[in-house]
Ligand binder design. Structure first.
Ligand SMILES: [Zn+2]
Ligand SMILES: [Zn+2]
Length: 344
């Protein structure tokens, strides 16, 4: 059948005793199910979407937890069921404690009216507070993004005055001064150091020359990651789901460079991007690279993207400690300050 939204859906009706097996079967990927069936077999059991059997006897589990327990495993969250190491991690008692929406303390990567956003700083602050966040990071476009109202150094100065005056009236909430700085084709950021120095954090982003060869593009981004002013790499592959392929890029080398330079990589939570891809989040985690779950929002409704971003972060094995914006206000303030001091 087709839902009103246009999405195709199958409706499967099963008996109560089949339900836990059907739920498990249709929640994980085929690879996960195959691996789990293999594990069952080693234990002398047979498993399919209708039941878990010893000889001919159905073991009649009442929940997914029961099924995993029979297989001598703790419950594996549905997001991880990809046969990408979750069964081994579960067996070793090393499953991640996946991040939750409620762990998010602040929202970075926010566009205001100063560039191509729809809302004022004041409205964004009000909305962030209403949603329980302790901080936001404003990051309008930089000067070479003229098509998106990129900020001249003078406009940056004016925005910072506005932020200072709001921050002066706040005790438990804070606006961090950021920018989404274009990575130029040669890997430089598009402000001079004197301007870059004014920001609490810099999100470096590729917005032009998507057609470069893989080696050139990889070197371009690695150079931006080596820039002492870069804090976060935005939407690392530039993909737009169903619309634009990622640019040619050696993402593993980029993640390695982020690790080597102590930089954060964004998981852009815009549903058209979801970039860094969750599979590469797993790689980033292994390399000790922090991820920022960023909505890249251009209006108040964009705060809603955070929830989807967290679900993708969970698929990428992210825990609270892996996410930059799970830091408390004081913690992230010190984090940004420490990075600033390293530059001097
Ligand atoms: Zn961008
Ligand atoms: Zn942006």
């Amino acid at each position: 059948m087709t839902l009103r939204s246009g999405i195709n859906a199958d409706l499967r009706i099963v008996s109560p005793s089949q339900y836990p097996y059907a739920l498990h079967h249709f929640t994980g990927s085929r690879e996960h199910n195959t691996a789990l069936r293999g594990r069952a077999k080693k234990l002398g059991l047979k498993m399919n979407e209708y039941g878990l059997f010893r000889e001919e006897e159905n073991l009649l589990c009442h929940s997914e937890e029961d099924i995993f327990a029979v297989l001598d495993l703790p419950y594996i969250p549905p997001e991880l069921r990809e046969n990408m190491g979750e069964i081994e991690a579960a067996a070793a008692g090393e499953l991640p404690r996946l991040v939750e929406t409620g762990d998010m303390r602040g929202v970075l990567h926010i566009h205001t009216q100063a560039s191509d956003g729809a809302d004022s700083l004041e409205a964004l602050v009000r909305e962030a507070k209403r949603r329980g966040y302790a901080y936001i990071g404003v990051s309008d476009h930089s000067q070479s993004a003229y098509y998106a109202g990129g900020l001249s150094p003078d406009a940056v100065r004016r925005q910072h005055e506005a932020i200072d005056s709001i921050n002066a009236g706040e005790e438990t909430f804070h606006i961090f001064k950021g920018i989404e700085a274009d990575i130029l084709p040669d890997g430089r950021l598009d402000y001079d150091d004197e301007t870059l120095e004014r920001f609490d954090f810099v999100i470096a982003a590729v917005h032009s020359h998507f057609q470069m060869a893989e080696e050139e593009m990889t070197v371009r981004i690695i150079k931006a990651l080596a820039n002492p002013f870069t804090t976060i790499l935005a939407h690392p592959t530039g993909r737009l789901l169903l619309a634009r392929e990622p640019y040619a890029l050696d993402i593993h080398r980029v993640i390695d460079a982020a690790a080597a330079n102590g930089k954060v990589i964004e998981l852009n939570a815009n549903p058209l991007r979801l970039d860094l891809d969750w599979r590469h989040c797993i790689y980033a985690k292994r390399k000790g690279v922090k991820i920022a779950v960023n909505p890249d929002l251009h209006n108040l409704a964009g705060f809603d993207y955070m929830e989807g971003g967290v679900t993708i972060a969970r698929k990428g094995w992210m825990e609270r400690e892996d996410c930059l914006n799970c830091m408390e206000l004081e913690e992230i303030r010190e984090y940004f300050l420490r990075l600033r001091n390293l530059k001097r």
